[in-house]
Design a protein around this ligand. Structure first.
Ligand code: G3P
Ligand code: CA
Length: 308
């Protein structure tokens, strides 16, 4: 039986570090132990598993790409922490979606014009409090932009990472630095469970760069459709050479597209799916996971559909 969690229980959710995370919205939560048991039924990259990818963390509840958001995703039993990478002037990998800091910090300018020390002075959470007064928390105004190193250091061995090389053409050293960081933390290599780290990119060239260094890392080719999604067998065959799947914007997907990708033996992870009705439809069509700002909602849907 699923357990209805009250808002009181959500108020008890405590995040690591000096900040606490307190979702204000009241909603049903599935039994976390049951969700974990179901997740263990299939390997991460099994086509029979629906992966719950916490998009920029549980970014519906906390400022995206902060430790607060990533920990919220973990508490909501997301399978993966999704991380967009940018690179600082001094070559450090940091988590940020945009190439420019203005949308999500109290400063402005290109990430590549900031050193890491300068990046660390920025406030990465006040914008969220201002835009979401109902979810605002004082602790968010102290949120900092984390490095990839710091993110990995903040989670235990159960965490899985779904990492995107953002605008890699702007950062020639990005892929090498990424692989080096993952190796240092023993997140890739023969002794690591398959799928512990997935690397995704809109840039096919960037994925090829990863593949050339280590062909065992699972790769996802991101595609942004501007109209009804279509893909040829030739394109699928090409992707199948280096990637395990496709990540595509969900709004233009069709049942036929999903079937074609899945019949080609590729995984399919639509982004960014936040409404339960869309989650349910995509699962019925056969997707193998999805990016969501609300990992709790996706687990509710999976529970309702008796899926894992
Ligand atoms: O990585 C999947 C999805 O996150 C791609 O879109 O713009 O949110 O990085 P974006
Ligand atoms: Ca992304």
């Amino acid at each position: 039986m699923r357990i209805i969690y009250t808002i009181g229980l959500l108020l008890m959710i405590t995040l690591t570090g000096c900040h606490s995370y307190t979702p204000i919205e009241s909603h049903e939560q599935p039994d976390n132990e049951k969700v974990k048991q179901q997740q263990n039924n299939h390997a991460l990259l099994s086509p029979d598993r629906i992966l719950n990818i916490a998009h920029r963390g549980a970014s519906g509840y906390a400022p995206e790409h902060t430790l607060e958001s990533y920990h919220a995703g973990e508490k909501m039993i997301g399978d993966y922490i999704e991380i967009d990478l940018q690179m600082t002037k001094d070559g450090e990998l940091i988590a940020m979606h945009d190439e420019d800091v203005s949308r999500t910090t109290d400063s402005e300018g290109a990430v590549q014009d900031f050193t890491l020390d300068e990046i660390k002075t920025l406030d990465a959470g006040t914008w969220f409090n201002e835009e979401n007064p109902e979810l605002a928390q004082p602790a968010f105004s102290h949120a900092k932009i984390p490095t990839l190193d710091e993110i990995i250091d903040n989670f235990d061995e159960e965490a899985n990472y779904y990492i995107e090389t953002k605008t890699p053409e702007e950062y020639p050293g990005m892929v090498k630095e990424l692989i080096s960081t993952l190796k240092k933390h023993e997140l890739i290599g023969p002794d690591t469970p398959q799928g512990k780290v997935i690397i995704q990119s809109f840039s096919e060239a960037s994925l090829h760069d990863v593949y050339e260094i280590d062909s065992s890392i699972p790769l996802i080719q991101l595609i942004s459709y501007q109209d009804t999604a279509k893909i040829t067998t030739t394109e699928l065959d090409k992707i199948n050479v280096y990637a395990v799947g496709i990540g595509a914007n969900y709004t233009y997907l069709t049942k036929e597209y999903v079937a074609k990708v899945r019949d080609a033996g590729l995984l399919l992870h639509p982004y960014t799916v936040n409404e339960k009705k869309d989650m349910k439809q995509l699962i019925e069509w056969g997707v193998t996971g999805m990016f969501t700002n609300y990992p709790d909602r996706l687990n509710e849907v999976l529970g309702e559909m008796n899926r894992d």
